[in-house]
Design a protein around this ligand. Sequence first.
Ligand code: ZN
Length: 320
Amino acid sequence: MSPNTPGLHHVTAIAGDPQKNADFYVGTLGLRFVKQTVNHDDTGTDHFYFGDGEGSPGTNITFFPWADQGRQGRFGAGQTQTTAYGIPTDSVDYWRDRLESNGIEFEDEERFDETVLRISDPDGIELELVAATDAAFDATPWEDGPVPTEYQLRGFYNVTLAVDDYGPTETILTDVLGYELEVNVDGRHRYRSATGGPGSIVDLVETDAGRGQMGVGTVHHIAFKAESVEEQEQWRKAFADAGLAPSAVIDRKYFQSIYTRGPGGILFEMATTGPGFTEDEALEELGSRLTLPERLEDEREQIEAQLPEFDGPNVASGED
Ligand code: ZN
C-alpha cells in the first residue's frame, strides 16, 4: 500500500554555461537562486537550484551546468519534454510583455481551456507558463525579485513526459504513484493525483523520435515529494514490488532521495520535503555562497578552483 499520492518536488536538468543559465532563471523568469552547491556525485560540476522565495518543494528547477565541455543532449523517448510553471491568470499579459522585452520567443496557445506560453531556455530546454484557473498554488513570493510578487511563477503546474509507448509508464503512474487518468486529447494523456494541489499533474505523450540522449539541454530526472523517510521507504518498496530497481536512500543534505528508472526510460526520484535549503544558510542568505556537504568542506579550495567562472545571477529587472 503506497502512501498519499505525491506532487512534484523538483526537476533537474543539464545546462551549458552557468552564467547564462542563472541569468535566465533569475533575471528573466524571476525565480530566486536558492542554492549554489556542487553535484555531490561529480564535484567539478555546479548544482544550481532556482525556486520560490523559500525554495519550497514543488517550485525548484535545478541544473548541472556542464559548461563548455558538456556533451549536447538529444531529445527523445524516455525524457521529460516540458516543465511547466503555473502563473496567475491575470498575469498573462505581463508575461507576454516581459518575454518580448527580454527577446524571448514564445508560442501562445490554449490547452484544456488554459493559456499556455511555451518558451525555451538558453540551452533549448522546453518550459511552459500555464495560466491556471484551478491550481491552489502555495509558493512563497520572493520580495526582492525582479518580477512583481503578484505575477511571479507559482511553482510547478506539471511535467510532460515523452515515451515510445504509454502503457508501462502509465502503469507506474497509476498503480504505484496513485495518479488517475483525467483526460486524453490529441495524444496527450493527462494524469492527476487524487490529492491535487501544485505540481499534481503529469502528462504523457508518445514520441517516435527514438531514445533520447542525456546531455546539455535535456532534463536529467524528475522528483516527487515524500513527506517523511517512512513514506519514502514505502515508495521504495512499492517500486520494487512493481518490478523496478530503486536505489538505497541517498543523503542529498537538503532532502533524502531514492531513485528508480521507470519502464519508459525516465528517471524518477522520491525526495523528502525536509529538511530544506535553510539547513546550511539563513533564509535571507539563500544562494549567496557555494555550500558544500560537511564531507567535502576539506576540499573546498580545490573544488572552487575547478568550477567554471560564475559571478552569481544578474538580476536586472528587464523592464522599461
Ligand atoms: Zn533530484
